[in-house]
Structures are given as C-alpha cells and as structure tokens.
Design a protein around this ligand. Sequence first.
Ligand SMILES: [Zn+2]
Length: 162
Amino acid sequence: MSEKTCPKCGSVETRKYGWKILAGGKKAQMFQCKRCGSYFRGKGLAKLSEPYRYTRFRWWNKIDLEEVEKDLSKEFSVKKFSPSRDEMELALGKDERDELMVSADTLTAMLSAFRAVLFQKESASFTEKDVELRKIVLELYKRERPTPFPWSFSTEPKFEAD
Ligand SMILES: [Zn+2]
C-alpha cells in the first residue's frame, strides 16, 4: 500500500492537497481521495524550509518613498509607518525613518530610505505577484551589503515560484 492509497476506501486515485505543518520544523504531505473525498496524511515527513528573508541596500542616494508609495499602490497593498521618537531621530531626518510595508501574496517588503527587507511569514512558493514585488525591490535596492566595505554580506536564499 503506497502512501497515496486512501485509508478509507483503498483507492489509489488521490491527489496532493497541500502540507500539514507539524511541531519540530516538519511537514507532512496531505492527500485527498478522488473517489470518496476524504483527506488523509501521507506517512513521509519532510523538513520545513525556512521562510524567505532577504535584506538589500542602497548606499549613497536615499529612495523617494513618496514616489515609491504612489507607484506600488497601483499593484500592491501599501501601508506607511512613521516610527515613534527614539535615538534614531538624532542621527536621521524624519523622512529617513519612514517605512513602507508593501504586501504581495505571500511576500512582504519593508522599505526604508536605504534598506529593504523582503520576507515571508511562512515558507511558501512565490506567486506571480510575489515574483514581481521581488524584482521591483531588487531593482530599487541594488546592493547586497549595507556599505561599500566588505564586512557584512547578505545572500539571497532560494525560493520556489509557482
Ligand atoms: Zn477514498
């Protein structure tokens, strides 16, 4: 009996039906029986991949967040944040503390004057819209490290797209 055999009616006509997330960073393939419609869990366990997270930078010229907000609002959901007073304010002007949160489907981008963080809450394959957001952000923030000095690198993790 393969792991794809329906435990209820014994049919092998089943289809994959997403993943069940288990404790301990594991996931199990879920199936649905095409004959009786019942859902069941495959026996094999796979390791849950880490959610995508990637940081990019600009070095010399800060981004015009107002313009980016206008542009990206056409296609994505955009929220603006102005962080409250803190020590950052001593070093940076107000407009350099503002952040935009841009959401596609599973991918979100936090954009600020010189830095962008792309992240997913849960590991998932990128939709077409996610791929588009990633592309735009990587074009706006071309640098892989915060300064021209070679101390800290950020390397893009792998992602899957539909
Ligand atoms: Zn069945």
